[in-house]
Structure formats: structure tokens, C-alpha cells
Write a protein that binds this ligand. Structure first.
Ligand code: MSP
Length: 480
């Protein structure tokens, strides 16, 4: 196992490139960036991986529709993802693309190893395929013959293919998920938050896992199986391996990257089942340690419904960036609700929150304190009104909106403190008291700036600079 000291390896799902990035993608990625920055601040050796999932039928179709060569098509969308992450101040360590030649070679090496071990065998598979999920769905999940998640008609597929043994690992998998305490360093497989662990355990205990098809004959855009070139690797198998190839792994199970296993893998609830079945199965067959934690988050919805072009309630991430700026967008998404649950956002509510918490809240506090500070010269004494342990604990546990809530309590407390103490009067009447008041205000702003490092890196830096130079620019202009 890993010998690297103090390492913290975070992954997020690699995004399909059938369409441009949206707010849901931004949500996962910002959360991962917050966590990564937080652990970096603690002096850990952090690696944040992101990337794009570029093969499969869905993308093949989309490229065909646009009349573009598939590689050109995916190149374009992959670069849109990269641009968005730059705009959102995402500090990732590698951007893996499943069309990278090195990734493809590694996937083939893994498939060959699985085949040689007898974990993959030739057979037939029959099922109902949803191309949007890139997954087979159960008959009993469908609504009028349509996929419950994507509302599209599923396709009946019956073909010769290669299958991965899932059934034979089922009991061991249940045991791993049940015995996730302590997840580290025992190499358990913790599914968090707790309700998702329960959900997946009840699924695994009530249903016999069928071996799953891992190849398709009538798909052309993908990686051919090395032992039967007529078959193309199932896109999810190809995709999962990014979590290892993104660390420059060449596919040799004997030579694992130093950073493996992942310390945390963030995923949306829609892709939990595959991450808790096919993914650990591949690793277990190869005798590779499982990731320590799979952390599941809920979805962003708008106006009580799933966002969709047909409903017309899609909130564009570019529009958010234009209105709220980078840190405003990061703040609004991370404070929108509990990370593990679905959260509902509307543009109107976000505008209100922006004005209340950022323009009138933090922004106003900073400019007030700095205006007062022009009459004040003193070094800072540590005088902070709260201990930050609880806040740090919230971030560590991915209770990001609670952490922000606590930081904003400090903001409001300081506002009230200014109102109660009226330092603009004290400066004329009571110099000693004035100094005390200012010292507390300034130390709290230092604290706020420090706590904001992972969430709002630019704002944090600006507050720090303002305190040094005693000059404040307007952090968050009010919007109408
Ligand atoms: N390509 C696969 C993942 C392969 S990982 C080995 C995939 N891609 S995706 O682009 O469809 O979704 C990627 C992630 O975005 C998922 O975790 C999904 O939950 C998340 N989101 C997509 N829409 C979302 C919201 N509306 N809200 C929050 N996250 C959502 O699945």
C-alpha cells in the first residue's frame, strides 16, 4: 500500500462530453476544490483529479448528429470543461481524458489481466439499455417503457458479448461496505453519508447481482477489447479506470501509483450503484485496494424540479458567473443546501442571497471596518470571538453549507458589534475602548479571511490585502 506521507487523493466523476458543462457539473467540482484547498491548507499532500469521459454510444451519436469527426467533437467540449474550471478557480492536479492514448493502453492492459484471470468471459446478454445513462435498466424501474432518470425510451439489446463476474464478489462486497470502520487504513469501502450506505446495502442484500456485459459490438467509438477486437469496451469500465490512469498508472496491477487508494471519491447519487458494484468488482478481481470513501451528494434542482431544457428551468453557469462573479458563484452553490441531499436553487433566490450575504453582509462589513481602521494603528492581537475548530470539522466532513453558515454567523456578530459599540463615536470619546473594539474587528476579519480560503480564494486574498494596506475595494457590488 501507499508509502506517501500525508497524502490526500480526491476524485470526482469524469464528465460526459456529449454537451457543454452545466451547473450540476460545477457543483461537484467546486465542492471537490473546496475540500482540496482545505486539505492543502492543513499541509497535506493533495491531489485533485478531474477529466472527461469521452467514449460510448451517447457521444458517438452526438458527434454524428453534428457531422463532426468524434475526436474533434470531444476535443472541443473537453476544452470547454477546462475553460470553465479555470473561470471557477478550480485548482486541479490533472485533467484526464479517456481518449488519451496512455489511458487507452492502460485500459487494454487491465482488460487483458481480467480476462487472463477468468474474471471476464464470453457469453450473451439481454437487457434494456438507456443510452443517456449508458446503463442497462431493470424492467421494474421503467416508467411507460422509459428511463426514470432521462425520460427516453430504452432499447432492447440482445447480443454476444463479454461479461464481468459480479455475482462471485457480491458477499465480499457486502462485507466490505458493512465493515467500513475504520475505513482507513484497513482498506474498507465506506459509503457516505450513512443513508446511502443503507440504501446500497439493502439493494445488495435483496438482489442477486447478475454478471454484467462489459463490451458492445455495435458501438464504434471506444476502446477495442485486446483479446477480441470486434468488441468495444463498455464505457463505464473504460471510465472507472480513469481514477487510476489519472495518476499515470499504466494498467499493471503489480505497480500501483503511490497515491492509491483514493481518500475520497465524490459522486452524484445517480451514479452510486455503478460505483458500488462494477467499480469495486474490477478492483477486487485485480486485488487492488478499494477507495477509502465514496461520498455521495444530491442533485441541484430548480423551482422544485429537475433542471431540463424542455422545462426551461436551466440555470446557466455562465449567467451565474456574469452576475455573481467567481466567488459569488462558488458561495451560492456551496451554501445552497446540505451536500448529501438534493438542493433547490432559483435565480431569484440566489440574487437575494447574494445581496444579503455578500453585498450587504461580508462586503459591507469589510468596507466598514476598513473605513474605521484608517484612524487606527496597532498590531493585531489575537482576539477572535469564536474558535474555528467546529468550522474546520464541518469542512472536513463535507458539511459545507454548515461551515459557511458558521462563518456568516461571525460576519453578523461583527456587524452587531459595530452597531452596539459605535466606534465612530468612540474614536472621539474613548481612545482605549476604540482600540479594543478595532482590535477585535480586525482579528475577526483575519479569521474570516482565513476560513474563506477554501471556499472563496480570491475574496480571502482581497480581505487579507485590504487589512495590510488599509484600502478596500468593493468586493461584491449590489445587483438589482
Ligand atoms: N461519465 C459519468 C461518470 C463516470 S465516473 C467514472 C457521468 N457523467 S455525467 O456528466 O453525466 O455526470 C457527472 C456528475 O455530475 C455525476 O456525479 C452527476 O451526479 C453530476 N450531476 C449531473 N447533474 C447534476 C445536478 N443537476 N446536480 C448535481 N450534480 C449533478 O455520469
Amino acid at each position: 500500500m501507499s508509502s506517501m506521507k500525508n497524502k490526500f487523493y480526491i476524485t470526482i466523476p469524469i464528465y460526459y462530453v456529449n454537451d457543454k458543462p452545466h451547473i450540476g457539473h460545477a457543483y461537484t467540482t467546486i465542492a471537490a476544490d473546496v475540500l482540496a484547498r482545505f486539505h492543502r491548507e492543513q499541509g497535506e499532500n493533495v491531489f485533485l483529479l478531474t477529466g472527461t469521459d469521452e467514449h460510448g454510444l451517447k457521444i458517438q451519436h452526438k458527434a454524428e448528429e453534428t457531422g463532426k469527426d468524434p475526436q474533434k467533437f470531444v476535443d472541443k467540449i473537453a476544452s470547454e470543461f477546462k475553460n470553465l474550471w479555470d473561470k471557477l478557480d478550480i485548482k486541479y492536479d490533472n485533467f484526464i481524458r479517456t481518449t488519451d492514448p496512455k489511458h487507452k493502453e492502460a485500459v487494454q492492459r487491465v482488460l487483458q489481466a481480467l480476462y487472463d484471470k477468468g474474471a471476464i468471459y464470453k457469453g450473451k446478454y439481454e437487457g434494456l439499455y438507456c443510452v443517456a445513462c449508458e446503463q442497462f435498466r431493470h424492467e421494474n424501474e421503467l416508467v411507460d417503457g422509459r428511463c426514470p432518470d432521462h425520460d427516453i425510451v430504452v432499447e432492447k439489446i440482445k447480443e454476444e458479448c463479454y461479461l464481468l463476474k459480479l455475482n462471485e464478489i457480491q458477499d465480499k462486497l457486502i462485507e466490505k461496505i458493512e465493515n467500513d470502520e475504520p475505513a482507513r487504513p484497513a482498506g474498507g469501502f465506506a459509503i457516505q453519508p450513512e443513508r446511502y450506505k443503507k440504501e446500497i446495502l439493502s439493494f445488495l442484500k435483496n438482489e442477486k447481482l447478475k454478471d454484467i456485459s462489459i463490451s458492445r459490438k455495435n458501438v464504434s467509438w471506444g476502446i477495442p477489447l485486446p483479446f477480441d477486437l470486434e468488441h468495444i469496451t463498455y464505457v463505464w469500465v473504460d471510465a472507472f479506470l480513469n481514477y487510476l490512469t489519472g495518476l499515470d498508472w499504466n494498467g499493471d496491477p503489480e505497480k500501483l501509483p503511490e497515491r492509491w487508494p483514493a481518500d475520497i471519491q465524490l459522486i452524484g447519487k445517480d451514479i452510486l450503484r455503478v460505483h458500488a458494484t462494477i467499480w469495486p468488482a474490477i478492483l477486487m478481481h485485480l486485488e487492488i485496494p478499494l477507495p477509502k470513501v465514496i461520498y455521495v451528494h444530491g442533485h441541484i434542482r430548480s423551482g422544485g424540479r429537475k433542471m431540463g431544457k424542455t422545462i426551461g428551468n436551466v440555470i446557466s453557469i455562465d449567467e451565474m458567473l456574469n452576475k455573481f462573479g467567481v466567488d459569488g458563484t462558488r458561495y451560492l452553490l456551496m451554501s445552497a443546501g446540505t451536500f448529501g441531499e438534493d438542493v433547490d436553487v432559483t435565480m431569484e433566490r440566489m440574487m437575494e442571497k447574494y445581496n444579503a450575504d455578500l453585498a450587504n453582509g461580508l462586503g459591507n462589513l469589510v468596507s466598514r471596518v476598513l473605513r474605521l481602521a484608517q484612524n487606527f494603528q496597532s498590531s493585531i492581537i489575537n482576539h477572535q470571538s469564536i474558535s474555528n475548530d467546529r468550522i474546520l470539522n464541518f469542512v472536513e466532513k463535507l458539511e459545507l453549507n454548515s461551515a459557511l453558515g458558521k462563518i456568516w454567523e461571525v460576519v453578523r456578530k461583527n456587524d452587531k458589534f459595530i452597531e452596539d459599540n459605535k466606534p465612530w463615536e468612540l474614536v472621539k470619546t474613548n481612545e482605549i475602548k476604540f482600540k479594543e473594539v478595532m482590535q477585535k474587528l480586525i482579528s475577526d476579519l483575519h479569521l474570516i479571511s482565513k476560513l474563506l480560503v477554501p471556499f472563496m480564494p480570491e475574496t480571502s486574498e482581497k480581505i487579507k490585502k485590504a487589512l495590510e494596506t488599509k484600502k478596500a475595494e468593493i468586493l461584491f457590488p449590489r445587483i438589482k
